[in-house]
Design a protein around this ligand. Structure first.
Ligand code: NCD
Length: 310
């Protein structure tokens, strides 16, 4: 397959075949990460700048590790140390970065659509590392890679996504990717954490976690994104944990071989108990491991893919 995307802005832009092609490419990169010398020359001479206007541990490090394993030169800018705090517009920041001739900008921003805005105005490739509550494509791809590894397929899997759906770009990107690949998605959360119009998303919505989890193959837990909530949407976290937190007894309603996923950061004791987070069904650190391979694949593919030497 010829990969024709200059930017990775959201799962929205991909077909089912393209999603599987990206996952296949990531599989082929995975092995590099367990070599003694974890480096190939594929992106030698390419310049990648990570511009993160929001907090991040996993995603930023994962993109940087991925770029370095492919021998690209990487630079990091975060909001607190950039001129944005001095009142510069996003466009001015981008134009100044463009003048330094980067090949790829990996961007996380609290405004939905910020990466699209740059992609329309600048020469470099833009990779969306999370824009507001909109999309987080690399996260959904690493999640699908992890599901496919464990279950051998995506099609027909029953995937329950539970928690703060309204504020979660992870939920939106996963929903899009899973629908395109033929999984059966169920969404679940308290009414205040489900977006208006969720009934039109084309998937069943549950208010009781027990109903959403019933016979699920995959249980994906989400964090309560307090930093995105203008006001308190929950009476108390203790009550949330009681009704929506995943513990061993609730998990027993899922299929016996169900896997438990979480994009991180986890709030132990809120959406997930430690016995489940560290239990035999969790694949949370495999998600992180696959994240590096997926991001290597994305950086490789937007840089011209097959034309490069691996
Ligand atoms: C998520 C994010 O930032 O959207 N984390 C991540 O990238 N792994 C989810 C979250 O912040 O809860």
């Amino acid at each position: 397959m010829v990969f024709r995307h200059k930017h990775i802005l959201g799962i929205e832009q991909f077909t089912r075949e393209e999603i599987h092609f990206i996952l296949d490419t990531a599989e082929s990169f995975k092995e590099i990460n367990s070599r003694q010398i974890k480096k190939v020359p594929t992106l030698r001479g390419k310049t990648i700048i990570n511009v993160f206007f929001e907090a991040s541990t996993r995603t930023r490090t994962s993109f940087e590790v991925a770029a370095k394993r492919l021998s690209a030169d990487t630079y990091n800018i975060s909001a607190s140390t950039s001129a944005l705090v001095k009142g510069e517009t996003l466009e001015d920041t981008a134009k100044n970065l463009e003048a330094m001739k980067p090949d790829i900008i990996v961007m996380r921003h609290n405004a939905s659509g910020a990466p699209h805005y740059l992609a329309d105005r600048c020469d470099f490739s833009v990779l969306n590392a999370g824009d507001g509550a909109h999309e987080h494509p690399s996260q959904a791809l690493l999640d699908l890679m992890t599901m496919r590894q464990h279950k051998g397929r995506i099609e027909g899997l029953k995937v329950a996504i539970i928690g703060d759906i309204t504020h979660s770009r992870v939920a939106r990107s996963n929903l899009l990717a899973l629908q395109k690949c033929g999984a059966e998605v169920r969404l679940c959360g308290p009414g205040t954490l489900l977006p208006t119009g969720v009934e039109q998303w084309g998937v069943p919505v549950f208010h009781r976690i027990e109903d959403a989890i019933d016979q699920a193959d995959v249980v994906m837990m989400l964090r309560i994104q307090q930093e995105r909530q203008g006001k308190t949407l929950l009476p108390s976290l203790r009550e949330y944990a009681m009704y929506y937190g995943l513990n061993r007894s609730k998990l027993s309603l899922a299929r016996e071989d169900a896997i438990v996923m979480h994009p991180g950061p986890m709030n132990r004791g809120v959406e997930i108990s430690s016995e489940v987070a560290d239990g035999p069904q969790n694949v949370i650190l495999e998600q992180v491991e696959n994240g590096v391979a997926v991001r290597m694949a994305l950086l490789y593919l937007v840089s011209g893919g097959e034309q490069l030497e691996v």
